[in-house]
Every structure is written in structure tokens, then in C-alpha cells.
Design a protein around this ligand. Structure first.
Ligand code: Z5A
Length: 213
């Protein structure tokens, strides 16, 4: 029996309330229609241990989390996620569909928290070695609009209580990444209505990835 080719790695990024969950459902339907085996996951998190680290990252605490501790915790969760889920899945031929990945670290810790992006890059090399997404969809929108959507949902996490300037830095970081890596990243205007965004997501999948071969 012929073994399956290595799977492809798709990540979805964007600011608060940009529609990641909504459009991940669109991508799942596409993969299913193409007969592609995939696993859906998210960061921070994706495995039992990494999900515990997610709680530490997102919950509000009586003590301020040091930005460097936050950065290291993000990468600790990622190391676990890659070893336990992402790499074995890709090696077995399954595709991996991940809600956020390292671009979020450049955006939130590198730019939002103003940590050194070079440091993020060093940890990326240490933790991921050669692993990079094959396709990254960046859902771009004015932070004010996305925050409003997130706030309507109620209970805000430790990131969602940040000031607007923080999210402006996050957004421009994502756009800089997309400009620097056009072969990997597709920016989609997430302020459009849902059918328009959906069409743009599907077009990106067709153009960049084709089918399972
Ligand atoms: N984080 C980090 O700091 N460093 C890292 O390296 C990583 C993450 C990996 C958790 O992320 C936090 O972790 C995140 C950064 C940090 N910051 N926060 N907060 P998360 O992905 O779990 O949480 P989130 O960013 O807050 O996602 P979200 O709020 O769940 O939003 P979403 O998934 O992008 O949106 P949605 O749920 O699909 O849509 C939001 C609402 O808008 C919903 O009611 C939809 O029905 C509606 N919607 C969606 N699309 C449309 C359109 N086109 N028009 C109108 N309405 C729409």
C-alpha cells in the first residue's frame, strides 16, 4: 500500500472577533469535500497539557504575568503541541488546521507586548526547527470592530482587556508578516459580509493548495 504524502499545515490568524472560528468551519467543509483527512486544533492549546498552559495564559490573575514568562509559556505550549499532535499528524499524511500559531506570537508578544521580535525568532527556530505553515489565512479588520464583536460575547480574557493601541500593533504586525511572506500568507478583509469572506477563503484554498495531491 502506498503511504500518504506529508500533510499540509494551514493556520488561521487575525485579531479579536475577526471570524477565525467561523471561517475554520468553512475550511473544514472544504477539506471534507476534497476527501482530505485532517485534524483541527488551536493555539495556545491543542493537547491536554498545552490546554492547561492555555488557561494560565488566558485567565486573569491577581499577579501581573511577566511578558517574558508569557512568551516562554506560549512556546512551551507550542513545543508540546508540535510533539504530541502537529508533527505526528503531518507525518502520517493528515492535514492540520490550526486556529492561530507563531504569527500570533510575533503579533501579540513581539508587537503587542513590545518584546524583541528577534527573540521570538530564536524561540521559533528552537521549538519548530523547519516546521512552518504551508498556508496562513490572515483575517484582517479594524480592531475596534473586532473588539466590539468580542465584547458582545461577554466575559473578556486577559488579552481582550488590553487597550486599543495594543490591538493596533497586533494588526500592523500581521500585515507586515503578510507583506514579508506573500507566498505563505493571504490577507482577507474580514469586515466584509460573511458570504464575501467565505468566497475569499475558498479562493485562497483553491489557489494556494489545490486538492490532496
Ligand atoms: N495568543 C498569544 O498571545 N500568543 C500566541 O502565540 C497565541 C495566542 C497562539 C486566544 O486566542 C488568545 O491567545 C488571543 C491571542 C493569544 N487573544 N485573545 N483574546 P483565541 O483565538 O482563542 O481567541 P480570540 O482571538 O479572542 O478569538 P475569538 O474572539 O473567538 O474570535 P474569532 O474566532 O476570530 O471570531 P468568531 O468567533 O468566528 O466570530 C466572532 C463573532 O463575529 C461571532 O459572533 C460571529 O458570528 C461574527 N462574525 C464572524 N464573521 C463575520 C462576518 N463576516 N460579518 C459579521 N459577523 C461575523
Amino acid at each position: 500500500m502506498m503511504s500518504k504524502a506529508r500533510g499540509k499545515f494551514i493556520t488561521v490568524e487575525g485579531g479579536e472577533g475577526a471570524g477565525k472560528s467561523t471561517n475554520i468551519d468553512v475550511i473544514k467543509t472544504y477539506l471534507e469535500e476534497q476527501g482530505i483527512d485532517y485534524v483541527q486544533t488551536r493555539e495556545p492549546g491543542g493537547t491536554l497539557i498545552a490546554e492547561k498552559m492555555r488557561r494560565l495564559l488566558l485567565d486573569k490573575h491577581d499577579e501581573t504575568m511577566n511578558p517574558l514568562a508569557e512568551l516562554l509559556l506560549v512556546f512551551a505550549a507550542r513545543a508540546q503541541h508540535i510533539a504530541s499532535l502537529i508533527k505526528p499528524s503531518l507525518d502520517s499524511g493528515d492535514w492540520v488546521l490550526c486556529d492561530r500559531f507563531t504569527d500570533a506570537t510575533y503579533a501579540y508578544q513581539g508587537c503587542g507586548r513590545k518584546l524583541n521580535s528577534e527573540l521570538v525568532g530564536q524561540l521559533e527556530t528552537l521549538v519548530q526547527r523547519e516546521l512552518r505553515p504551508d498556508l496562513t489565512i490572515i483575517l484582517d479588520m479594524e480592531p475596534r470592530v473586532g473588539l466590539e464583536r468580542a465584547r458582545q460575547r461577554g466575559d473578556l480574557d486577559r488579552f481582550e482587556i488590553e487597550k486599543l493601541e495594543f490591538f493596533d500593533r497586533v494588526r500592523s504586525c500581521y500585515l507586515d508578516i503578510a507583506q514579508a511572506e506573500p507566498e505563505r500568507c493571504v490577507v482577507i478583509n474580514a469586515e466584509e459580509d460573511f458570504p464575501t469572506v467565505r468566497r475569499a477563503v475558498l479562493a485562497a484554498l483553491h489557489q494556494r493548495l489545490g486538492g490532496a495531491d
